[in-house]
Structures are given as C-alpha cells and as structure tokens.
Write a protein that binds this ligand. Structure first.
Ligand SMILES: [Zn+2]
Length: 144
C-alpha cells in the first residue's frame, strides 16, 4: 500500500544461510536499484555485520522528496525521527519489523549518532527490546 504511494519499489532478496526459513529484505524507492546504490551498498554491508531478526525488512527512502512525502502521509512519524523509524509489533513476532531509513544519511557525513550504521543499530535496539524506549535502543546499539 505504502509502496505505491511513495513510488516504484524494487526488492532485493538476501538469503542468509543462518536463517533458512526467512529472508531479510531490502527495498529501495527509486525506479532502478542503481539509482540508490549510494545507500543500498552500505546498507547491505551493515546488515551483514549486525545481528538482526531474519524477517527484518529495511526500506531505504532514497530521496528527500520521498522522505518528506512519507512523513506527510503519517503525521505520527514526524515526532519519532527525522532519520529512521521502525514499525514492529512487540507482541506478534509473525509480523515482520520494517525499518525506514532516510537515504540522505548516506550522502552527507552526519555526526556519530546519525551515521547510518548507528541509526540502523538503534532501530534494531527497538526491535530486540520490543520497546519504544530511546535509551534502551541506544544501549543496544552501543553493545553491538
Ligand atoms: Zn528510537
């Protein structure tokens, strides 16, 4: 549903041998994968390095135009983060967690707390603690 609203999406399926039943999925919002290479390649490298749920989905919102549109679609998001947010269901592990990350982070050289790896780890912290607590999520990021 959202996919259609924020533009054409391509999917890459990444099979991880450690998790044969699930596949981590990364999506980009540009028409071609190549157009989002600047963010996709580092994201794939980060995912390989950090522990993550095997059914995790990451959507790279490649342009700020799309990011702004996404925030407008869901006003609640605006208060969560300007860099990334995650939708997950703490009580239902069968619903896959989906993290949206702003492609712009990969373009500029942001301060430590907003570097892509740190941001993704923070979002994973929320997923693993099954909580919205910012300190708990950041502590998890510190440890991984
Ligand atoms: Zn957070």
């Amino acid at each position: 549903m959202l996919r259609r609203q924020i533009g054409p999406t391509l999917f890459l399926l990444l099979g991880f041998s450690a998790f044969p039943l699930w596949a981590t999925e990364v999506a980009v919002t540009t028409k071609t994968v190549k157009a989002c290479d600047f963010a996709l390649n580092p994201t794939l490298a980060i995912i390989k390095r950090v522990p993550h749920p095997s059914n995790w989905k990451v959507v790279i919102v490649c342009t700020d135009m799309e990011w702004d549109r996404l925030l407008m679609l869901d006003k609640r998001i605006e208060h969560i983060s300007n860099y990334a947010f995650t939708r997950f269901s703490p009580n239902d592990p069968t619903i896959r967690p989906v993290t949206y990350i702003r492609g712009h982070l990969f373009v500029e050289n942001p301060p430590f707390n907003y570097r892509p790896e740190r941001v993704l780890k923070h979002e994973l912290g929320h997923i693993f603690c099954k909580c919205m607590n910012e300190d708990t999520a950041s502590n998890w990021a510190d440890q991984h």
